[in-house]
Each structure stands twice: as C-alpha cells, then as structure tokens.
Ligand binder design. Structure first.
Ligand code: ADP
Ligand code: MG
Length: 350
C-alpha cells in the first residue's frame, strides 16, 4: 500500500543460516514486489520444476489483493468506495468485509487509536496517494478533516445476498494500508497450503506468517531488527509456528518538516502524527492480519497505554522505546513464550 521505502523489520536473518548444506538444496526462495514493498516465500521440499508456476500464481494473487485494497490505484475496490460520496450501501467482496470487520473490532478495542477511516488525515499529512504537503497543515485544516474521520461513520453489512460497506458521513475515506500487508500475508499462506506445502515462511513487507519447520526439523526463527535507521542487525529472535507477526515503527517512514519529524502513523484523537518515545511495536497473533492491525494501534497509544492494553487483551507484544539515547524494550508474558536464542546464543542481543 505504501509507495515509498518501507522498513523490513522482520527479516529472514537466521532462516538461511539455520539450514545446513544438504537441506539448502531443498530450499526454494521466491520473491517479488507488491503494495510498494517486497513479498518473500521460503519453502522446503518442493520440486524446482514448480518454481515458475508458483511464482506467477503468487504474483497474480498479490496483485489482485492490491487491486482490492489499494488507495493508490484509482480503480481499486477501495478507491471506488472512497470516491463515492453518499449514504447508499456499496457492494464489496467477502474478503474486504472480513478485513473491515476485523479492523473495526481492533479499532474499538484500541478505543479508536487504530482507525481505518483516517484516510483524509493520512493524505493531509502527505502519506497517502494524494501528494502533500509542503507546509505544515493548519489547525483549521486538521479540525475540518477530522470531521470526516471516525469509526462510527463506517458500517459493514452482511446478508445472504452479499456484503456492503456504508458511509454515515459521505466524506469518509477508508485507508486499509495498515492491514494490507497482514491480509496479503495470510492469503499467501493459504495459497501455499493449497499446494499441499506445510513447511513455509511467507512475508509481505513487515508482516510474516510461518508454519511447519525450516528444513532442519526446527520451527522458523525470525529476527526482529534493531530500530535504527540503517543497521541490519537483530534485536531479538522469536520462534514462529502457525502464527503471524507484524511490526509497526515510527523511525523509518517519516519526513522532516520545519525541523520536525513527521511520522506516517497518525493519532486519530488529535489528527497529528505521533511523537512519543515508542519507536516500534511488534505483535504476534494467530493471523498476520490481526498482528498488523494491533501493531499500529499500539504505536498510536504509546508505551504506557500500549502495555496496559497488551496485558488486558493478553496480546503477545514487544515494544521498543527510546529513552534518552538508549533503546528500552518490554515484552508481554505472551510474547516471552515465543522467544528463542539468537545466533550467538543470547536471548536478547542489545
Ligand atoms: P508500517 O509497516 O509501514 O509501519 P503500518 O502497518 O504501521 O505500516 O501502517 C501505517 C499506515 O497506516 C500509514 O502509512 C497510514 O496509511 C495508515 N495509518 C496511519 N495512522 C493510522 C491509524 N491511527 N490507524 C490506522 N491506520 C493508520
Ligand atoms: Mg499495521
């Protein structure tokens, strides 16, 4: 969804190194581009004659997902809904109804911190498909645009005849960017499983899902990157087996305006980009979609409220904050269960 350089917080460090020479011969790595980011699939035990067909099938499916969810493509299903400025129910696909329903649920649980109706604010701050801004938005502009946001203005309607979305505010503009990578990741996992493949790791941008083992009979070991601008070193490692993981961060996707760092994550309550000490939120959930929804909500809330919510909702959460010049991390009890040792045997490498 995002057409600028996206941070790839979840890398495959450790995955390849975990494979010995013999099993490497059975590794198949596929990758491509979608939603302004990179998708990647690592498989074991699949005959290389299937590689080309699989690559094409994956790309086709991901392009179709993008065509449903993109706010960058004027003819996407979502863009057509956004450009309609009225109250009538608009037909959508079952998949889109599912994504929006889940997004609204997470939105309610984060008390509106995760808000997919934030699109006009995202555009106002220059992170959407509408090219903006060369000046800081004024309070009046923000206040005006805020009247066209809010979870209460959007409704999903499911009947035996189909699924619809309805605006209760005709100016509403839905932005599913924050859930897009997670959705595409889960969808990709389903495509892989339909081929009868049970040992795989798939990722789209910062969302990832894995199942089975890595060719050595071990669960996949995922590295979570350090929240610095350039480094490609791992902060910590988790074992993933049948779970999705997603990271949202404020430290790479930003620009400077009037000497201020403008993050691409916006607090729906104030209409302003977030500006607190929390630099990244990683969530593990049963689906990458859920993880991708929660991580943004937690980023908006900031460390203290994010911790409270993680404990209350029993989420597997890993937060990294910047305190003075040091990075300070926090893990919920549910996240600790997934921790694994890094390459050098340490549990935490910073
Ligand atoms: P990334 O993986 O790039 O950190 P996220 O999954 O955190 O991305 O999603 C960030 C995107 O979500 C923004 O670029 C914007 O389009 C949208 N967004 C920004 N603020 C919010 C919010 N409070 N709720 C929902 N979506 C948001
Ligand atoms: Mg997200």
């Amino acid at each position: 969804m995002r057409y600028w350089n996206i941070l790839l917080l979840l890398t495959l460090i450790g995955v390849m190194s975990a494979c010995d020479k013999q099993s490497m011969s059975q590794v198949m790595v596929l990758q491509g581009k979608v939603m302004g980011t990179v998708w990647r699939v690592v498989l074991f035990g699949v005959d290389s004659v299937h590689k080309k067909a699989l690559q094409q099938a994956i790309q086709r499916q991901l392009d179709a997902d993008d065509h449903m969810l993109s706010t960058w493509k004027p003819d996407s299903l979502l863009s057509r809904f956004n450009s309609y400025q009225g109250y009538a129910m608009q037909p959508i696909s079952a998949d889109m109804a599912d994504i929006v329903t889940k997004a609204l649920r997470i939105g309610a649980k984060t008390k509106g911190a995760m808000d997919i109706t934030i699109g006009r604010l995202v555009n106002l701050w220059g992170f959407g498909s509408v090219k903006q801004p060369v000046h800081m938005p004024t309070d009046a502009e923000i206040t005006l645009v805020k009247t066209q946001t809010g979870l209460q203005h959007l409704r999903v309607i499911q009947t035996v005849a189909g699924q619809w979305l309805q605006k209760k505010n005709p100016g509403l503009y839905v932005d599913l960017s924050t859930m897009g990578e997670g959705y595409a990741t889960d969808h990709l996992a389903r495509l892989i499983e339909r081929q009868g493949i049970n040992n795989y790791l798939v990722s789209v941008g910062g969302a990832l899902f894995s199942r089975g083992h890595n060719g050595k009979g071990k669960s996949w070991r995922i590295a979570i990157q350090k929240p610095t601008d350039n480094e490609n070193t791992a902060q910590t490692y988790v074992n993933l087996q049948g779970y999705g993981i997603s990271t949202s961060g404020s430290y790479r996707n930003y620009y400077e305006l009037d000497g201020r760092r403008i993050s691409h994550i916006i607090d729906p309550a104030t209409g302003w980009p977030i500006k607190h000490k929390l630099v990244s939120a990683t969530v593990i959930a049963t689906t990458a979609l859920e993880a991708d929804g929660w991580d943004t909500g937690l980023m908006v809330l900031g460390s203290e409220k994010a911790k409270e919510l993680a404990l209350e909702q029993q989420l597997a959460v890993y937060l990294i904050s910047k305190e003075k010049d040091k990075f300070v991390s926090w893990m919920s009890p549910q996240f600790l269960i997934f921790l694994t040792k890094g390459k050098n045997g340490n549990r935490d490498n910073f």
